[in-house]
Design a protein around this ligand. Structure first.
Ligand code: SAM
Ligand code: FES
Length: 347
């Protein structure tokens, strides 16, 4: 099995069958071999640096009804909120003072915020923080909308493809949402000039190993600047309430593989990983991740942005998470840096 990993390191990909074999026959020894190499690769590009992104969850209203998601429109138990422009700018100020140089505006697909509203918010952040990156993550919009946001000063966009198998996509989403449009959005974002992040959930209902391999192959083909993966975690108010969560072990294994496929990609140790295991984020960094995305949203709204049950850091203030993360990262021999942490192409 080590020869397959060596081949992956050399070619930065494997065939579909080889990936299936690697995942199906993984064991502790092979995982450790992948993690060692993933750490070495990450260190070559980023040293022991870990980049931080300040997440501002600015609305939990959503027009969509993704079966897995706690803020889906038909969840009547979700207490809805929106942050005002002033509140968003205040989050950025707190974040800047704490050393964040990337702000991520994430939310449901909320029609309340028109393109004009978003352009206004983005350009005000751009004006106030010319040295910071602005990342957007609020779902599918038209080419023209994405272009306007980019021209207003946004630099990056996160849009997970969720699953690269069209049939599996249909089992996770209601009619009206399809993989084709999701992918089209991703290609539009790249064409416009954004640094683009995609990704998927590990262990989502009905997912097979073949689906995961298709995710890896899609990621290879699309070649994103960032990849976000995390275990699926059920939310009690969704139709997947009784499904079992995705495994940390498989998530880490795939994290290592992605680092070896895309050596310089920005790869977060996600909140979902920290939710399924108290040391999940540390383990993820040791498997090749190099980014953390703590929350800058006001403490009063955090517990309302519940995509899944048990989400960590809903009671903490931004400053508390910053200190906590510093300690966690240092405990494994890495350091958090005050830096935009842009994608740097390989020379
Ligand atoms: N609305 C935007 C979008 O669709 O890209 C951004 C917000 S969306 C809630 C962010 C991500 O949360 C999704 O891409 C999905 O992968 C993840 N997510 C949602 N529900 C989840 C769950 N139950 N477990 C794990 N991750 C989940
Ligand atoms: Fe939020 Fe540890 S990162 S409390």
């Amino acid at each position: 099995m080590k020869t397959l990993v060596d081949k992956l390191i050399e070619n930065r990909t494997l065939t579909r069958d080889e990936f299936i074999t690697l995942i199906n026959s993984r064991n502790e020894e092979i995982s450790e071999y992948i993690f060692e190499n993933a750490r070495r690769t990450s260190e070559k590009h980023f040293g022991k640096n870990v980049y931080i992104r300040g997440l501002i969850e600015f609305t939990n209203y959503c027009r969509n009804d993704c079966y897995y998601c706690g803020i889906r429109k038909s969840n009547a138990n979700c207490e809805r909120y929106r942050l005002s422009k002033e509140e968003i700018l205040q989050c950025c100020k707190n974040g800047y003072d704490l050393g964040f140089r990337t702000f991520v505006l994430q939310g449901g697909e909320d029609g309340f915020f028109s393109d004009d509203d978003m352009c206004d918010i983005i350009s005000q952040i751009r004006q106030a923080y010319p040295d910071c990156a602005i990342t957007l993550s609020f779902g599918e919009r038209s080419y023209d909308s994405y272009k306007r946001f980019f021209e207003s000063g946004a630099n990056r966009y996160l849009l997970r493809h969720e699953t690269a198998d069209a049939e599996h996509y249909k089992k996770l989403h209601p009619k009206g949402l399809d993989l084709e449009n999701r992918k089209k959005c991703l290609y539009h974002l790249k064409e416009i000039g954004y640094q683009v992040g995609t990704g998927f959930m590990v262990g989502s209902p009905y997912q097979t190993v073949e689906n995961l391999v298709d995710d890896l192959l899609f990621i290879k083909e699309f070649s994103p600047h960032m990849v976000g993966i995390g275990p699926f975690i059920p939310h009690g108010d969704t139709i997947f309430a009784d499904e079992k969560p995705g495994s940390l072990e498989l998530t880490l294994f795939l994290t290592g593989i992605i680092r070896l496929m895309l050596p310089n990609v920005l790869l977060p140790a996600t909140t979902a990983v920290g939710t399924v295991d108290p040391l999940g984020r540390e383990k993820s960094i040791l498997a090749g991740a190099n980014v953390l995305m703590p929350n800058l949203s006001p403490a009063g709204v955090r517990s309302k942005y519940l995509l899944y049950d048990g989400k960590i850091c809903t009671g903490e203030e931004a400053a508390e998470c910053r200190v906590c993360l510093q300690k966690r990262v240092e405990s494994i021999g890495y350091k958090i840096v005050v830096d935009r942490g842009d994608y740097v192409p390989e020379v």
